[in-house]
Design a protein around this ligand. Structure first.
Ligand code: FES
Ligand code: FES
Length: 147
């Protein structure tokens, strides 16, 4: 379908040119995330200024969906307040694991809506979201896993 083609284009674009793919040397929050099913792992760096995500980035290696999802996540969360970020995290969770129609998210998080067509890849798409959630919730480096 056209929608599926669009998702694939978005995924390949972000996989080839991941946005915010770098370390933040003065990050005040960070977390390591890994998917034990495949061994893919990434690090998310967050620089919080009060309750605003002033900067956010990631590094690591993973499949196209996990990298594209992380790239889109950093674009989505940069400049957001923690409250907005939490609301988005809840949306992602509901869209991928609950009843809420993922299409609602299509505008802002195409890759996540698209991944609904590949249910086996949900953990790939949520890896970066679990990782950023752990990062902002903790003031030390923490490891999370999708299992
Ligand atoms: Fe909610 Fe994974 S996004 S449990
Ligand atoms: Fe490992 Fe997707 S196959 S995160």
């Amino acid at each position: 379908s056209d929608l599926r083609d669009l998702y694939q284009q978005v995924i390949m674009d972000h996989k080839k040119k991941p946005r915010n793919f770098r370390e933040i040397t003065d990050a005040n929050h960070m977390a390591h995330g890994n998917n034990p099913l495949c061994g893919d792992a990434l690090v998310v760096y967050v620089k919080l200024n009060g309750d605003v995500i002033e900067d956010i980035s990631f590094q690591g290696s993973g499949c196209a969906i996990s990298v594209a999802s992380a790239s889109l996540m950093t674009e989505t969360l940069k400049g957001k307040t923690l409250a907005d970020a939490e609301a988005l995290y809840e949306d992602v969770h509901k869209a991928l694991t609950g009843d809420k129609d993922a299409v609602e998210l299509a505008g802002k998080l195409q890759v996540l809506a698209g991944v609904k067509e590949f249910p086996a890849r949900v953990k790939c798409a949520t890896l970066s979201w679990h990782t950023v959630h752990a990062a902002v919730d903790n003031d030390h480096d923490i490891s999370v896993s999708t299992e």
